[in-house]
Design a protein around this ligand. Structure first.
Ligand SMILES: C[S@@+](CC[C@H](N)C(=O)[O-])C[C@H]1O[C@@H](n2cnc3c(N)ncnc32)[C@H](O)[C@@H]1O
Length: 349
């Protein structure tokens, strides 16, 4: 049961996050426009309109209400977003603001593969060696890892964590009646560990593995979860995970598939099916797809025009349930969560 003080504290906290991130979005909006005299090499804008600011704000409020309802239903504890101290916020804000014009310059030139080199390609897949969102350093540097969360929350107007937490609902349903000390959860492409931390807040005794192909992002995840025990960190490609067959109880993955080519999505799905135990669960979240929410398709189609997202256009058309079913999993549920989509699959026993 949530007290009025809990509800007020939640509303105040989320409202200040939305104001902070949206403020950065408005302040840097000019850099997202194509400047006169600078050729924009990105593709043509879709004609279809997006949902508009009023509708987005209403749906954003629904997303936060859902988050709070989940807490009231006992699915997870009252969230702590763990954004760091005011000094951390200011440092990240400065670093984010400094990168915006540099990323805009990269966008104007269509320079989305600055981080690629033949030398790096010997160790890392070429699709990974790109400046996603035109960000400096791609996924390869400490500086990029430091501002990643700020970039995502500016994009999602402060709702990213609330959307990620929706993954804790199917996790709660799966965990019911189980001894958490005997459960191994692996979060694949964990990035800076924001979702992993919510898992630990809800289930402090589970054995949690956070895995990502980026050493720099995993180092940031390690810092973010330094107060928690029972967490392993693995630098690994999601296509070839360092786990034996049938060894993981629950696999989670948030915002990975839109950044890998279609063929790789299928390889990863098979790898997830391999490492899951029979009876285990896959909890997957990524961007909303075409047709999921009436009025949103125009916005989804314009995303790869504004940001370097070479695989997003194919992602929004994918039949995710089929990909996972073809890999040997059973599709249990798919539903939109504001700007994201949650998909749950189980490995047959
Ligand atoms: C958009 S970020 C999502 C990060 C995090 N899950 C979140 O909720 O914000 C994509 C992440 O996928 C990782 N990644 C991309 N390709 C990968 C691959 N083949 N194997 C493992 N991680 C990969 C990147 O390093 C990055 O951390």
């Amino acid at each position: 049961m949530l007290s009025p003080i809990d509800k007020f504290a939640y509303a105040a906290r989320q409202a200040s996050r939305v104001a902070w991130f949206m403020g950065h979005g408005f302040a840097t909006g000019q850099f997202r426009q194509t400047r006169p005299g600078v050729s924009d090499v990105t593709r043509e804008r879709p004609r279809e309109k997006g949902p508009g600011l009023d509708r987005l704000m209403r749906d954003l409020a629904v997303c936060f209400q859902l988050d709070l309802d989940n807490v009231a239903s006992g699915y997870y504890p009252l969230p702590r977003d763990a954004d760091g101290s005011p000094a951390d916020l200011l440092r990240r804000s400065r670093a984010f603001m400094a990168d915006v014009p540099v990323a805009a310059e990269r966008k104007a030139k269509g320079a989305g593969t600055e981080v690629y080199s033949a030398e790096k390609a010997e160790e890392l897949p070429a699709y990974f060696l790109q400046n996603f969102h035109y960000q400096t350093g791609g996924y390869l540097t400490e500086e990029s890892a430091e501002i990643y969360d700020m970039q995502v929350d500016v994009l999602f107007s402060g709702s990213t964590n609330a959307m990620r937490r929706e993954c804790l609902v199917p996790l709660y349903q799966w965990m019911k009646g189980k001894d958490q000390r005997k459960v191994h959860i692996a979060d694949i492409a964990c990035g800076t560990g924001r979702f992993g931390r919510f898992v630990k807040q809800a289930y402090p005794r589970v054995q949690l593995t956070l895995s990502d192909l980026s050493e720099a992002y995993l180092a940031e995840a390690r810092r973010h979860l330094q107060d928690y025990s029972g967490v392993n960190f693995e630098v690994a490609n999601a296509e070839k995970l360092p786990f034996p067959d049938a060894s993981v109880d629950v696999l989670t993955s948030v915002y990975l598939f839109h950044e890998v080519p279609p063929k790789v999505r299928r390889i990863i799905a098979r790898e997830w099916a391999r490492v899951l135990k029979p009876g285990g669960r896959l909890i997957f979240m990524d961007s909303l797809q075409l047709g999921d929410t009436q009025g949103y398709d125009g916005m989804l189609k314009s995303f790869p025009v504004n940001f370097h997202e070479p695989y997003y256009g194919s992602y929004i058309k994918e039949d995710l349930a089929s990909i996972f079913e073809d890999a040997g999993l059973t599709h249990a549920e798919s539903r939109p969560v504001f700007l994201s989509k949650l998909v749950v699959c189980d490995k047959p026993t």
